[in-house]
Design a protein. Structure first.
Lengths: 300, 300
């Protein structure tokens, strides 16, 4: 399969638009009492995100023959959890960011207290959405509970939150707990849950799940490495944030550790790893293949 | 049934000790990586709390013939959610409290960022615990999903979080959205979920669930009214916090709205409402009856 960037970008945009229309239907309307929290939740979700996680849910679910409203709920729940994590990460007590993708962060618009609560409410709402998937046609309740376990584990203290703890507390930043450990928790765990949850709901076999888990691990690394590269040589107007912030904040990154060329080579290897892990799938996995290759061309 | 305060307090202590031993087993050990978050989570949970919500789960579950490890998981999940809400409420951006029950609040000990993350992790961990209840003997997966929906709804933007939004944003504090609305969301919703969830898992019929929901509503109000009364005439050393803080913060409370005697009379009426709502149950509901009557004697 040859990678066609232009074709891929139009497919990606289509899938992104679909996910956003689903999120719009699923999130509580902003006039529901108390409106302030529902406005803040929507602001946090409609933030110009790439929607990679929900798209992964839809693509990997499809591989297991899972589709329809149940899969859409899983996809939206993952994006709600991702959105909550960004709101909390941006808080003054954490990364203290005023802008995200060129727009004021949630706490700059709604105040710190409401931003904390909007994050809490998105996390809580994601689990309610997952639980409510129960009544939909073709949903196996046991598998759905396994999905909730999987997602909560990935988002929790030994997953994404654990990664943020490592990132924020200098005592964890040493050789032993390397960059890879940090990112495998902070972003990798939720990518893995995104790739596995739809497949679990669809009843994919163990080999298929292992392949998707491998893909997720390589994808997470490639994503983080290319993120670090963009912070060095990206275009500020496309990124919606200043470049060079990692260097300014003395952050340990793939480019500071391995140089720009070293990091680029590592990214290529991880993308190759993504492709190899999908060898057991046919053309139905082509979009996931392109999604990995695209990382080498991303501009934001 | 005559209320015997001394007997009740010894039963309450026994149940509280049991709940704490279960929480100790269920919460992630504090040396699991990254230890900081697991220490903060445990600090937040072992905070001298009254354990009312998990005790309610155990008592109401018993009424529906539900017992064992599954019920314990529900009880602990509710307490984890309650604990997370206290950690976030205490944050500088919210109530900015340095002490809770005489001990430094979570953010005073672990820093603001770790406290936010510990709250997030307790909330996430509660849902994981609920999902993992799936494999236990006698657990009906559909009912368990209904329980997760119930708890998430009670904790979310139209429940507990909504109540906190009303409490923190002055634009919601007017006649229309009265004190009762505030407290029915901020504390009532989680009491209701505590009383209903064990019963739902046990398969209680609709009449029984309605009775428990009525009990929860009256209990929540009686709890809040007696809380406001303690803030006026309580003993600071028993409360673990200064009295008179509501008046100092110009908070609208039951005593500022209805006077001390008016509030006392309202509390008695709500406790009476609790007892009446349990009329359809026999002696197996005696502890819940005593728990309501106790509110008129609480000292902290």
């Amino acid at each position: 399969m040859d990678f066609n960037l232009e074709l891929f970008l139009s497919q990606l945009q289509q899938k992104k638009d679909y996910v956003e229309s689903c999120l719009d239907k699923i999130l509580t309307a902003q006039d529901v009492f108390p409106p302030l929290i529902h406005q803040a939740m929507r602001y946090a979700v409609f933030n110009g995100g790439k929607r990679l996680r929900p798209i992964m849910v839809l693509e990997s679910g499809k591989l297991a023959g899972c589709e329809g409203e149940a899969l859409v709920n899983l996809a939206c729940a993952l994006e709600m959890i991702h959105s909550y994590s960004l709101v909390h990460d941006d808080l003054p007590a954490m990364d203290n960011d005023d802008l995200r993708r060129g727009k004021p962060t949630c706490h700059k618009v709604f105040g710190e207290a409401n931003a904390i609560l909007a994050g809490d409410a998105l996390l809580t709402g994601a689990f309610q959405l997952l639980a409510r998937t129960s009544g939909l046609p073709g949903v196996n309740a046991q598998r759905l509970l396994q999905v909730i376990d999987e997602i909560a584990g990935a988002a929790g203290s030994e997953g994404m939150i654990g990664g943020q703890v490592i990132d924020l507390n200098v005592e964890y930043q040493n050789e032993e707990h390397s960059l890879e450990k940090l990112h495998s928790l902070k972003t990798g765990a939720l990518f893995t849950a995104s790739l596995r949850s739809g497949a679990i709901l669809g009843g994919m076999d163990a080999n298929g799940l292992t392949a998707l888990t491998d893909y997720a691990r390589h994808f997470g690394l490639a994503f983080q490495i290319t993120d670090d590269i963009l912070d060095v040589d990206g275009d500020q107007s496309l990124l919606g944030k200043p470049v060079g912030s990692d260097e300014k904040n003395l952050k340990m990154t793939y480019t500071t550790c391995f140089g720009l060329d070293g990091a680029r080579e590592m990214a290529r290897q991880e993308v190759e790893g993504c492709l190899q892990s999908l060898n057991g799938f046919g053309s139905e996995a082509d979009f996931l293949r392109s999604l990995a290759e695209y990382l080498l061309y991303r501009t934001y």
